[in-house]
Write a protein that binds this ligand. Sequence first.
Ligand SMILES: Nc1ncnc2c1ncn2[C@@H]1O[C@H](COP(=O)(O)OP(=O)(O)O)[C@@H](O)[C@H]1O
Ligand SMILES: [Mg+2]
Length: 360
Amino acid sequence: MAEDGKSQIYSPQSGGYSNVKQEQYSQYLSKLNADFIDSWNENSESNAHESDFDRIKILGTGAFGVVVLVRHIISQKYYAMKMLEKAKIVKLRQIEHSFYEKKILCGLNFPFVVYMKFFFKDNVYLYFVLPFIAGGEMFAHLRKMGKFEETSAKFYGSQVILALEYLHSCDLVYRDLKPENIMIDRTGYIKITDFGFCKLIRGRTWTLCGTPEYLAPEIIMCKGYGMCVDWWSLGILLFEMSAGHPPFYATDPMRIYEKIISGKYRCPSHFSAELRDLIGHVLQIDITRRYGNLKNGVLDFKNHKWMKDIDWDGILSGRILPPFIPKIRYPGDTANFEDFGDEKFKQSSRCINEVEFADF
Ligand SMILES: Nc1ncnc2c1ncn2[C@@H]1O[C@H](COP(=O)(O)OP(=O)(O)O)[C@@H](O)[C@H]1O
Ligand SMILES: [Mg+2]
C-alpha cells in the first residue's frame, strides 16, 4: 500500500474478472443507463447566462469554437466553457451533432467522463460549461514523455475500457477517442471530454467522422458501422500510448486510410508479447473477430493476459495509485495547457441562426 492508502495497479490475488462479477456490474450499468435515458427524455432547460462567468484564459481551440477557463462569479468555482459558434456549426453541417453533444453531456454520469454543469446560448454561440480538468490533455503528457510505460498505458487503458463500456451500455457510440480528448484530472485519473461526435444509436450509423489515424476501417470504407469502431480506436490508443506514435501513420490522410485498410502495422520491439497479442485482437478489420465485439464482450479485455493484474473495482473507485499526479499549484492553474493567446469573441445585436437552434 502507498502512503495515501492507494495500492499499486497490480493486484496479484485478483485472478481475473468472473462472469458473475460482470453480471453484477452489468446491473449497475443498467441503472446508469436508466438514469441516462431519463435525462435524455427530460429535455433540460438552460440554467445559466454568459454574464455569470468571468473569462480567464483559452484552454483549447477546435473547428467550431473554443474552450475557455471561466470562473463562476457567485460560487467562485472554475469551469471549462466550450463555446460553439452557431454560424460555423450551420456552415459545417453539424447542427444535429451539436444537439447530440448537449443532450449527451447533460445525461452523463460516470467517473471517467465529463458532464454538463451549465448550458445556455446567446446571439452568436452555444455554451457548454464543464468541470475544469486541470491536468491537461493526455496528448501533452504523452508528447512530453515520448511514450508511456506499459503499466501506465494499462492504468489509462483500463479507465478508457470502463468508460466505453459505460457509454455503449447507454447506446452511445463515442467516435473520437484520441489522446487530445482524454484529460488528466488532479488525482491522475482520466476524464474523457469532447462529445462532439458522440451519438445515440440503436443498430448502425453511416456518418464519416472522427480523426484519420483513429478511424476504423469500416468507417473509411463507408459501410454502416456500430459501437465496435470505438474498440478499434482503443487499439490505436493502446498502441500510441505505448509506442509514442499511432500504428498507421503518414502525413497525407489518404495514405493513412490505405494503411488502415491494409491492416498491416509493426509493433516496436519493446512491446511485451501480451500487449502485442491484445492489440492484435483489437486491430481486426473483420469485426466478427474484433475484441469488444465477440460473445464475451468487454470481458475479453478484462480477462486478457496484458490486463490480468488490474484491480477493476480499484480502478473504478480510484483506489489504485496513478503513474503520475499532474502539478497543479492553485485552483484555476493553466500551466498544464498550451498558451493560445487571446481570442476576439464575436458579438451581435441580432440572433444568428435563431431558427436552427430554437430548441437548444
Ligand atoms: N473539461 C475540460 N477541462 C479542461 N480542458 C478542456 C475541457 N474540455 C476540453 N478542454 C480542452 O479544450 C480542447 C478542445 O475541446 P474539445 O471538446 O475537444 O473540442 P473540439 O470538438 O473542438 O475538439 C480539448 O482538447 C482540451 O484541451
Ligand atoms: Mg476534441
